[in-house]
Design a protein around this ligand. Structure first.
Ligand code: NAD
Length: 508
């Protein structure tokens, strides 16, 4: 029987551009075994040796930057300038960050030993986990794959990668960059296939699963991982609110909203998905957003005319966008810009769309749309903006736009989200020192920063006795006065107030 294959298309032309094997459980388990064998060597390298290998992989990637960008654009329909910045640049910069700071983050650390300080040394050690399973999505198929892969490798793990079946060739390319760019070519194994292949990877005895994708699949991954008590890092969906307050720079907010909602054709987990503008700025903001949105140019990656955004990537996602817009219109929303497919461009192009008269009874305000759609709500004041922003099962990114730093910080503190931008949007993902992740349904755990590197480690706690005396006071045989002594000591140390401590000492 011929093994099953999965075809992949170029979404801006709908042409088939290749196919990959749909791997079964046995193939996934073999890949995990190979990664485990590679771990026996990679896991023993010191940080400097691993860093040198990862810098070589980065050199290899940069030597082939046009080919990498072409492959990303061919499978996603995004534009070259988007791909080079949000996929290749951020990957190169993440490698730079861990190359510079990773060693210090992984260094063993002394911890205060409290009452035992005089007699014990206590410290924690960061060790690699072993084999990390990475399951990645299609919207940023390169950077959202490279982020967990690179982080896991810096920490000393090896990786089995299951890229999205929508963009598998980018995943295969990631594997090739490691295979040809480093002397340790076997540290990243790639298994291709759909959801079943991903599920096999979760159950294949890896030491951690790093999953980026939808909330629905994230729940399945966590449930499956529970069977083997495999730890998970879940980077899931969002419905990110943008709050434009009455003292905001409306021109900047309008430009930010349009870029934040439409870049990558709106298929960004941290895209601006809903805007709440206070009554004072609402009309001005809406008219500026409409003008900005009308000026956004669309086209294919290799088109003759300059363009700002490309096509959408995944055919069923376009159906979701259409369903959300139709539901909103039926419930009273008004389309000010766009609202439909670009039949003239073919492929999966969808017009940048601006909606008003929307409310929380509509799917467009409650569910992740993941397309180039910007719904705007008029609110009375900051309190209403915050109430509606937090009225969501999601909590990934968010932004607040205001003329006051103090107000920005206060509102940031009140937003139920893992990440907040003040007078900007999305850019937090481009700062690799900032931990990134969600609250509520948007995920579990953090990527980036020291927290992201530590996610890829097991922490071993070590305590060393300093003096090696013949015995410790709590050992057998129990000293006769053990109870009154420990009672006095406990009160002496932890009872507040000098007179109380004195009483404890005298009376017990
Ligand atoms: P998806 O959940 O459909 O698929 C993600 C990956 O999971 C794919 O590789 C898929 O094959 C695999 N998969 C499917 N079923 C599986 C199963 N039962 N067990 C294991 N793996 C399985 O997501 P998608 O459509 O590829 O990506 C879009 C979603 O990802 C959006 O919701 C978006 O918000 C989210 N996302 C989140 C982040 C973040 O960092 N928080 C980043 C990008 C995308």
């Amino acid at each position: 029987m011929t093994p099953a294959r999965i075809e992949t298309i170029n979404p801006s032309t709908l042409q088939t551009i290749g196919s990959v094997p749909d791997m079964d459980e046995a193939q996934v388990r073999q890949a995990v075994q190979r990664a485990r064998a590679a771990f026996r060597i990679w896991g023993r390298l010191d940080f400097g040796e691993r860093r040198e290998q990862l810098l070589q992989v980065r050199d290899h990637m940069l030597d082939r930057i046009d080919a990498v960008v072409d492959q990303i654009c061919a499978e996603t329909g995004k534009l070259r300038n988007e791909a080079v910045f949000t996929e290749v640049f951020v990957t190169a910069d993440l490698i730079e960050f861990y190359a510079r700071h990773g060693k210090a983050m992984l260094r063993s650390r002394r911890v205060p030993a409290g009452i035992f300080t005089a007699t014990k040394r206590a410290y924690k050690v960061y060790e690699p986990l072993g084999v990390v399973g990475v399951i990645s999505p299609w919207n940023y198929p390169f950077s959202l794959t490279m982020t967990p892969v690179v982080t896991a490798l810096f920490a000393g793990n090896t990786v089995v990668l299951k890229p999205s079946e929508v963009t598998p060739l980018v995943g295969v390319l990631v594997g090739e960059l490691f295979a040809h760019g480093s002397q340790y070519g076997d540290v990243v194994e790639v298994v291709t296939g759909g959801g079943a292949t991903g599920s096999h990877l979760v159950g294949a005895g890896v030491q951690k699963v790093c999953f980026t994708g939808s909330v629905a699949t994230g729940r399945k991954v966590m449930a499956k991982a529970a069977e083997t008590l495999t730890p998970v890092l879940l980077e899931l969906g969002g419905k990110d609110p943008m709050l434009v307050l009455d003292d905001a720079d409306v021109g900047r907010a309008a430009k930010g909203a349009v870029w934040g909602a439409f870049s990558n054709a709106g298929q960004t987990c941290i895209a601006v998905e809903r805007v709440y503008a206070t009554a004072h700025v609402y009309d001005d903001l809406v008219s500026k957003i409409v003008a900005e949105a009308r000026a956004v140019r669309q086209g294919p990656p290799d088109g003759a005319a300059p363009a700002d955004i490309g096509s959408m990537t995944f055919p069923p996602q376009v159906d979701i966008v259409e369903r959300h817009i139709a539901d909103a219109i039926e419930k009273g929303a008004k389309v000010l810009v766009g609202g439909k497919r670009r039949a003239d461009l073919g492929g999966l192009f969808f017009e940048p769309t601006v909606l008003v008269d929307v409310d929380h009874s509509m799917a467009i305000m409650r569910e992740e749309t993941f397309g180039p759609v910007l719904p705007i709500v008029k609110v009375a004041n900051e309190a209403e903006a915050l109430r509606l922003a937090n009225d969501s099962p999601y909590g990934l990114n968010s932004s607040v736009w205001t003329g006051s730093d103090e107000r920005g910080r206060r509102v940031a503190g009140a937003l139920e989200a893992g990440n907040v931008c003040v007078n900007d949007c999305l850019i937090n993902y481009g700062i690799p020192g900032l931990p990134f992740g969600g609250v509520k349904d948007s995920g579990v755990g953090r990527a980036h920063g020291a927290e992201g590197l530590h996610e890829m480690c097991r922490i071993k706690s070590v305590v060393e006795d300093r003096f090696r005396l013949p015995r410790e006071i709590q050992w057998y045989p129990t000293p006769r006065l053990s109870y009154p002594l420990f009672k006095r000591l406990t009160k002496l140390l932890y009872r507040r107030g000098a007179s109380n401590k004195l009483k404890a000492l005298i009376r017990g």
